[in-house]
Design a protein around this ligand. Sequence first.
Ligand code: MN3
Length: 229
Amino acid sequence: MITRRSLLEMTALGAAAAMAAAAEPAYTLPKLPYAYDALEPYIDAQTMQIHHDKHHQAYVDNLNKAIGGDPTLAKLSVEELLQRLDSLPAAIRTQVKNQGGGHANHSLFWQTLTPASKSGKPEGRFAEALARTLGGQEKLEEAVRTAALGVFGSGWAWLTTDRSGKLAVEATANQDTPLSAGRQPLLGIDVWEHAYYLKYQNRRPEYVAALYHVINWDFVSERFAKLTA
Ligand code: MN3
């Protein structure tokens, strides 16, 4: 039986739940810009779904937990947090580095991929910089591949730039990002096993070769142009 008292309690609970729902988390999972199966046969749909919906979501959730109710930090973008790791409270620094790094790295990763039919090639000022400093697309892919295969355990291989447009190929461990070293990632290759194990098992070189079919070179070219404008 619903008494007047329990009715009041239920109303209060309902209000509390509504307020909790209204408080948006500071960081949210971006939608994939294509379907899970859009990168087939190079990257399979199941890997994409688990990678995006489970792994990336977990980085987002854990970052929100780490930032908790700190309204000053919650106002910063995840990139801003990672660019100022050293000035963050020591108690949350490692969590921001790992979970925030995971969030930022994957948010960029999804955008740098596209169906093979739309992969294209480096364009404009980016293509020029590539030719000048790294010797062109083929040499770049070779250098990134070497960096990716050289990561012991989990991490990323990167093409990065600074504001002046100086390109570099580098690698980071875990979810560390070039942002924390003052550089901007243009393209990252996720070499955590969760990125390829279902389809490629231990064959990381095959996965990296496959990924080169689905790089969104238009996006990377435009990103370079924006970051070095
Ligand atoms: Mn990953």
